[in-house]
Design a protein around this ligand. Structure first.
Ligand code: DGY
Length: 323
């Protein structure tokens, strides 16, 4: 009798994906709270034929060595790929799959939640309700900023950036600007103007980071960038925490250099309980909820499971990483 192949899951996979995996693999998984520890990851992968992982589980040489040469596929339940050593996987002939596209709409919705929460001062509003305060303490109490008539600058007009802009159109945005490596076909769709990063910073009422992360853009939003923004600008990041120099962001928010910031991502995640950004009323932080709807997580799980099964069988992955 041949023994069944093994898959290691670095986090429990939603039922829609798990159901596909059960007939194919013996499932081994991390069921602890929070992110898997490095030690548990290195132990868990030993002898596995397939892995399903998530950011920030780092799949590097050590993990691939610990897994062993029978490992055929690394499937990540994410669109982000920064946690995987792709050249090393390629060198070893290990297939890599991811889940692009399926989380675009959900992440765009959450980005709007950040824009609204910051511009309409929702965090302060919640606190006021908890303290039993009534509204209209005076005519300008908790007055925020409206999106209608504003200029929105999107840094990285990829799938998610475009979906954010399309959702903002009905709010009556006066102008969309975008920056990036090159002009994007989506720019014309929403009547957006392609500008330099500096021009975007200087002219936007809302600066929204939607770019994927790479070595070049780590710390892109730093003291210099915040100093170029309008004094009532709102900065929103639903991409990756490392794009931001968080000390510089704290200073910009604390000193009133910019009006507010909404972050779905931080570095690290979670932020320490006593992190200084959490002390600010004009900083709204979510715990990386971009793709967190039941439907989206189920579709991500199905995509990740199908990638793992195909990769193990030596077939073309339904959703392989770009060449
Ligand atoms: C992704 O898919 O990369 C999301 O940010 C969730 O981690």
């Amino acid at each position: 009798m041949t023994s069944r192949a093994t898959i290691f899951l670095s986090r429990t996979v939603p039922p829609a994906g798990r159901t596909l995996l059960e007939p194919e693999f013996t499932i081994r998984e991390w069921t602890g709270d929070g992110f898997i520890t490095r030690e548990a990851l290195l132990q868990g992968v030993v002898g596995a034929n397939a892995l399903i992982v998530h950011p920030p589980d780092r799949v590097d040489k050590s993990v691939l060595d610990a897994a062993g040469s029978q490992l055929k596929v690394v499937s990540t339940m994410s669109v982000g790929l920064e946690h995987i050593d792709i050249p090393e996987c390629r060198r070893r002939g290990i297939a890599v799959g991811y889940t692009p596209g399926v989380l675009t709409e959900t992440t765009a919705e959450l980005t709007l939640a950040l824009l609204l929460a910051t511009s309409r001062r929702i965090k302060e509003g919640f606190k006021a309700v908890e303290k039993g305060m009534v509204g209209w303490q005076n005519g300008h109490w908790l007055c925020g900023k409206q999106i209608n008539g504003c200029t929105v600058g999107i840094v990285g007009l990829g799938r998610i950036g475009l979906a954010v802009a399309k959702r903002l159109q009905p709010f009556g945005v006066a102008k969309f600007l975008y920056s990036g490596h090159s002009e994007k076909p989506g720019g014309a769709e929403i009547g957006a103007t392609f500008v330099s990063f500096d021009e975007l910073l200087r002219n936007s009422d809302f600066v929204v980071a939607c770019c994927s992360m790479n070595e070049e853009n780590k710390g892109l939003f730093n003291k210099d960038a915040f100093s170029k923004m309008k004094s009532d600008a709102i900065f929103v990041n639903s991409s990756r925490g490392v794009l931001v120099n968080q000390e510089d962001l704290y200073d910009a928010l604390k000193s009133g250099q910019i009006m507010a910031a909404g972050l779905d991502v931080t570095s690290p995640e979670p932020l320490p309980v006593d992190h200084q950004l959490k002390t600010l009323d004009n900083c709204v932080i979510f715990p990386h909820l971009g793709s967190a709807t039941t439907d989206t997580r189920n579709i991500m799980a199905i995509t990740a499971a199908k990638n793992a099964i195909a990769g193990f069988k030596g077939q073309t992955l339904p959703s392989p990483i770009p060449l």
